[in-house]
Structures are given as structure tokens and as C-alpha cells.
Write a new protein. Structure first.
Length: 233
């Protein structure tokens, strides 16, 4: 076990899907995996390992923000010898070029976060996806006939801010959407030579204030979950 994950060695699969919410991890495990086992619940960050159409996969929560996913992904890569992590989550669209329910695959993540600089001396503020997982998701989406938007995204440390609108770094890096975790996931994967991808569902359109309702959200995320799972087969 690691400091923050109580699974025994061998109980975490080589590929991990990471939603932010522990209950969303439970939803994926309950509805899509067979032979499921709860392997860690430290701090109520649930981790489930099972099989998707015969392929071992772990679903585990990342929590919110770069520091949280930074801890969990590092321990998964180093203590549990995970090869690939796919973040699955929601994002807000900075423009009407995206619509509600769109699937967004992150080409790279831009951030004002100091995580990469102080953790690994990575000075870049834009870090690309790592390894071949990105291509697997893209190819799988094509096979399934699922429309996929590919774009840079903004990983923000700030959810509420004084001045609304698109932050400068998101404008500079042509980020169509914002979330809070991909940057540090990509930084850890870059430093450790691992694979990492981020697949998102657009849950709100910031300039028009449109959003997916709480009732719609569960079903709205199913295409993203199934695409991620199909990509690991």
C-alpha cells in the first residue's frame, strides 16, 4: 500500500480510469465492470478493480485540483506500477465552439499552476498528453462513431474568480475548455515516463450560462465512460 491508497500490491490494474468524484468511480464500477473488488477506501477515495470485457481495469477517484490528482497519480505510477491513467471528468467550455455533452480529448493542458515547476523542474506552462493512450481513445471513438473534439484545455487552480471571462493563458494556448486536474497528471506522467490522457464531457457553457442539470448529468457522462473503457480493451 502507499501513503494515500490502501490497496495491496497486485490489486491495482495497469490501466486506471480516474474520475474526480469517488461516487462516480463507484457508479462506473457498479455498472460497467465484472468481478469487482473495492481495493481501497482511504479518505473515502474509492478504488475498484474489476474486468471490462475480460480486461483488468481499476477505477479510482482523483479528488479535485492539481495537488490532489498529483498525489494519487504519482502513487499509482510509482507504488503500483500503473502504466496508463485516463482522467474522465467534466469541463466548462470557454466558447460556443463547444456544446453541452460534447466529448473533449485533451491534446495538452495549460496552467498557471506551479506544480510542474516545483515538483519536477518542468518550466513549461503547456504539457501535452503522454504515451499512446490518447491515440487509442481517438481511434476507438472513430470506430464507435462517436464525435470527438480535440483541443488544448486549461487546468485552473481557481473555480470562483473576481473577473469572469477566459484567462490569458487559456487565450494564449487556444484552450476551448477548463477543468482542474490534467496539468499535474500530464506532468507526473512526463517525469516518470508513463502514459496519461484526459477525456472530458462538456457540462456547462461559460459565456451563455447553459449547463447540464443534476438529473441529466448521470446519463450525460455514460458515452465518456464507455469510450474510456472501450479504449483499454
Amino acid at each position: 500500500m502507499s501513503v494515500h491508497i490502501s490497496a495491496a500490491k497486485g490489486e491495482i490494474a495497469k490501466t486506471v480510469l480516474m474520475p474526480g468524484d469517488p461516487l462516480r468511480a463507484k457508479y462506473v464500477a457498479d455498472n460497467f465492470l465484472k468481478e469487482v473488488k473495492l481495493v481501497s477506501q482511504t479518505r473515502n477515495a474509492f478504488y475498484f478493480t474489476g474486468k471490462y470485457e475480460g480486461t483488468p481495469v481499476t477505477i479510482g477517484a482523483s479528488g479535485m485540483g492539481c495537488p490532489s490528482i498529483g498525489i494519487y497519480s504519482y502513487e499509482l505510477y510509482t507504488e503500483y506500477e500503473v502504466d496508463s491513467i485516463i482522467r474522465i471528468g467534466t469541463c466548462g467550455a470557454y466558447s460556443t465552439a463547444l456544446d453541452l455533452f460534447d466529448l473533449v480529448l485533451a491534446e495538452a493542458a495549460a496552467s498557471e499552476s506551479t506544480f510542474a515547476r516545483y515538483a519536477w523542474e518542468i518550466e513549461e506552462s503547456l504539457i501535452p498528453h503522454q504515451g499512446n493512450t490518447f491515440d487509442k481513445i481517438k481511434d476507438t471513438a472513430k470506430k464507435l462513431g462517436l464525435p470527438l473534439k480535440i483541443s488544448n484545455i486549461h487546468s485552473s487552480d481557481i473555480f470562483y474568480r473576481k473577473n469572469p471571462g477566459t484567462p490569458v493563458i487559456a487565450q494564449q494556448q487556444q484552450c476551448l475548455a477548463v477543468e482542474m486536474e490534467a496539468f499535474s497528471l500530464f506532468a507526473n506522467a512526463l517525469h516518470l515516463g508513463k502514459a496519461a490522457a484526459t477525456l472530458l464531457t462538456v457540462s456547462d457553457i461559460i459565456p451563455t450560462h447553459r449547463f447540464i442539470s443534476a438529473d441529466e448529468r448521470e446519463k450525460a457522462l455514460i458515452p465518456m465512460m464507455k469510450l474510456a473503457l472501450e479504449s483499454v480493451k
